[in-house]
Design a protein around this ligand. Structure first.
Ligand code: SAH
Ligand code: F3S
Length: 433
């Protein structure tokens, strides 16, 4: 071992998947991975630029690293991920190397050019190891599309991650075969518009269906779908394969057609509603989540009320809600009728309030049911309570021994609040999905 390295991962699942590649490259370069980043010789920040708040957090950590460097002058700081895609004097000053997502393959070369840390590697062997999301051996992410060809006017991703690139189907199927052979229980297919997948004769429905049929004991999920690309064949693949989990993340963004047009989302509210109606009709246990932005330029009180109305009507199982954050280099920067930040935040608070009440009601539907849940880890509050996930992707707390981590358990849901279900292990034998 030439030294200790840490990876700090921010943002989306795509970054979590990328961090596992970064981890491999660091190990191959001779580093041991530790979660004790204050004591590492090399720290790689895999960054997110989606909203200003994400960037502020990362800048805070870079500030802390500057203080660490005073004590460990050999410390090397690398910035990767979406912030690295936007040239800035600030990053050049704070980091020893900056590698944007499209150049991520350059990492080994960059590492090879670094001076080795001054003989600290050997004695650093007792630091806590880094456990990355991607390393829970029973759950994996598999990127099938990288980048994005849509140009939603608020979004920085097409600038940071570049144009859409679809992986060929054969290596993806081979990767799933390998994971399945290694005992992976759940695979999540990833892409910014995962359901737009296309390569040669393959589209998303065929890819999903083929994977699900070949590996009936593996559960499949996918993120994120774009409403415009959602075909009935995908609904069919979900409905007819019990191991494709009944969960759909479908960003709405706004309930106003006028705002959707200004966002260049390329669907109307009624088209969106029709997709959800068809999916729910075909998959009765379907759980649906969404992303919504409040206070996009031009959003009037009436537009915002249309969003509230859509949310009341759609009754989402969960929602990721944001206030609009202006991102340098995105088309929306040039739009008029900016909404004051205070108003954006007020609208967000109102939306969260409405959705929280809906979620509380919606979650009661799970109460008294029995569901086959994947036990993921020990809960934060109580070492005897495990965090598990339902087929609909809901967090579930259940009293169970640690040895259940990485297994499916049949759980009887006893009660629910807005964000969590609570259950008891049911000792009925469990069958395949
Ligand atoms: N298709 C992508 C979307 C990426 S960003 C995916 O894989 O999830 C995730 C969500 O962040 C978006 O759906 C949007 O609701 C929100 N978002 C993106 N840019 C934003 C901005 N400038 N301000 C506020 N929220 C934003
Ligand atoms: Fe962003 Fe829209 Fe693509 S939200 S990632 S530009 S689909």
């Amino acid at each position: 071992m030439i030294g200790r390295a840490s990876i700090l991962t921010y943002g989306c699942q795509m970054n979590e998947a990328d961090s596992s590649d970064i981890g491999l490259a660091l190990r191959e370069a001779g580093y041991g991975l530790t979660s004790a980043w204050e004591q590492a010789d090399l720290v790689v920040l895999n960054t997110c630029a989606i909203r200003e708040k994400a960037e502020d957090r990362i800048k805070g950590t870079l500030g802390q690293l500057r203080a660490v460097r005073a004590k460990r002058p050999w410390l090397v700081v690398g910035v990767m991920g979406c912030m690295a895609a936007q040239s800035s004097e600030y990053l050049e000053r704070e980091a020893d190397f900056v590698i944007p997502p499209l150049a991520a393959g350059k990492l080994p070369e960059v590492l090879a050019g670094l001076p080795p840390p001054p003989g600290v590697g050997e004695e650093a062997g007792d630091l806590p190891p880094l456990q990355m999301e991607q390393e829970t051996e029973f759950k994996r992410y598999l990127p099938i599309i990288r980048g994005c060809d849509y140009r939603c006017t608020f979004c920085v991703v097409p600038n940071t991650r570049g144009p859409e690139m679809n992986e060929p189907a054969e290596p993806l199927l081979a990767a799933v075969d390998r994971m399945s052979g290694a005992g992976v229980l759940e695979i999540t297919l990833l892409g910014q518009t995962v359901n737009a997948y296309r390569h040669g004769e393959w589209d998303f429905a065929r890819l999903l269906e083929t994977m699900a049929r070949r590996h009936p004991h593996v559960s499949f999920r996918f993120l994120t779908s774009h409403p415009r690309d959602f075909t009935d064949r995908v609904i069919e693949a979900m409905a007819s394969n019990a191991n494709v989990m009944p969960y759909l993340h479908l960003p709405l963004q706004s309930g106003s057609d006028k705002i959707l047009r200004r966002m260049k989302r390329l669907y109307s509210v009624s088209e969106y509603l029709a997709v959800i109606e068809r999916a729910r009709a075909a998959i009765p246990t379907l759980a649906v989540s969404t992303d919504i932005i409040c206070g996009f330029p031009g959003e009037t009180e009436e537009d915002f009320e249309l969003t509230l109305e859509a949310v009341r009507r759609l009754r989402y199982d969960s929602a990721f809600m944001f206030y609009y954050s202006e991102r340098p280099g995105t088309p929306a920067v040039k739009l008029g009728d900016k909404i004051p930040v205070q108003v954006r935040k007020e609208r967000l608070a109102r939306l969260i309030e409405v959705q929280k009440a809906i979620q509380h009601e919606v979650n009661q539907r799970d109460v008294a049911s029995e569901q086959r849940c994947l036990v993921e880890r020990v809960s934060r509050r109580d070492p005897e309570v495990m965090l598990a996930r339902t087929p609909g992707n809901k967090s579930l707390l259940v009293r169970a021994p640690r040895s259940t981590i990485g297994s499916y358990q049949r759980v009887r849901i006893e009660r629910a609040d807005s964000f969590t279900l609570y259950g008891e292990i049911s000792f009925q034998p469990i069958s395949a999905p």
